[in-house]
Design a protein around this ligand. Structure first.
Ligand SMILES: Cc1cc2nc3c(=O)[nH]c(=O)nc-3n(C[C@H](O)[C@H](O)[C@H](O)COP(=O)(O)O)c2cc1C
Length: 168
């Protein structure tokens, strides 16, 4: 598999932890992790496989650094690249906007010629609404590090198995 760039935004460190856990699932592949606070358009364009991760901070609100990074994402040439998104949230405290971040990022990038991979089933999640559902699936992997952290190991493993079949 070609190298993967993981780009994350994290306020209290939870999304950063998940980014590292995702990296650990790919033992035979080069994976570089970037905090979006320090990442550029050039960093993004180096990869044919990109994983984007950000938490949600209020209804339809992205984590601050990732919000700032959107302008770079919009400018970058992402044509033909495979992109997977994960979102970190809390389904127990914020059930009406659970992991909205995935859907926000997805919509920003739609139409830029990237190929989205890593849709994930809603089965097993407990929430009322989310901007991240398209059709009957999440547009990426939601992770709840606050209320369902016991389920994360399995969710990450299922998702990365999917990515191993669909990334470049
Ligand atoms: C003020 C505040 C608002 C939040 N809003 C949401 C939300 O709307 N939806 C959600 O799923 N999680 C929400 N969360 C939960 C965070 O996304 C969650 O704690 C996440 O793990 C933080 O990740 P980070 O430390 O990587 O930024 C909120 C947390 C706080 C403190």
């Amino acid at each position: 598999m070609k190298p993967i760039g993981i780009f994350y935004g994290s306020t209290t460190g939870k999304t950063e932890i998940i980014a590292k856990k995702i990296k650990n699932q790919f033992t035979d592949t080069q994976i570089d992790i970037y905090n979006v606070r320090f990442a550029s358009e050039k960093d993004l364009e180096k990869y044919d496989n990109i994983i984007l991760g950000t938490s949600t901070w209020g209804k339809a609100e992205l984590q601050k650094d990732f919000k700032d990074f959107l302008s770079i994402l919009k400018k970058a040439n992402l044509r033909g690249k495979k992109i997977a998104i994960f979102g970190v949230g809390d389904s127990s405290k914020y059930p009406v906007s659970f992991a909205d971040s995935i859907g926000i990022v997805f919509e920003v990038l739609e139409g830029k010629g990237a190929i989205f991979v890593g849709e994930f089933s809603v089965k097993g999640y407990h929430f009322e609404s989310s901007l991240s559902i398209f059709g009957d699936k999440f547009a990426g992997l939601p992770i709840d590090e606050d209320s369902e952290c016991d389920l994360n190991k399995e969710r990450i493993s299922m998702w990365t198995d999917l990515l191993k079949l669909s990334l470049n």
